[in-house]
Design a protein around this ligand. Sequence first.
Ligand SMILES: [Zn+2]
Length: 149
Amino acid sequence: MKCPHCGHEEDKVVDSRSVQDGRAVRRRRECLKCSDRFTTYEYIENVVMTVVKSDHRREPFDRQKVFSGIKLACNKRPVSAKKVEAMVDEIEARLHELSKNVVTSQYVGELIMEKLKEVDEVAYVRFASVYRQFQDKEEFFKEIKKMLE
Ligand SMILES: [Zn+2]
């Protein structure tokens, strides 16, 4: 597995565990060159999820991106990294349940917002404000107003 940090191709597995009710194996890997740690997931039938962005560019689903987005939204909120990890697990499981190989980035964003809404209202509004910045400003103000009421 190519290290996302330095591109080196050799790593060692430092942790391996079954997730999503045994439907996936999560592996923590450590790059043998720069010691950067990253996570890989192994699925039965190994479906690669492609995300179509609003500008029509396609990229493989990136769990790390979802994690970073949620983590940022939860900055200084009482949401543990473990909780964030669990949210990403649930989002990923939902995507795999669709049995589709292609999803839109908008759909992924909606799933993230749905999860955040359940967990932390402030984090939800933060994420939604950034996410919807170029889509629907009214929505953002409505959310902020609701929060202040
Ligand atoms: Zn590396």
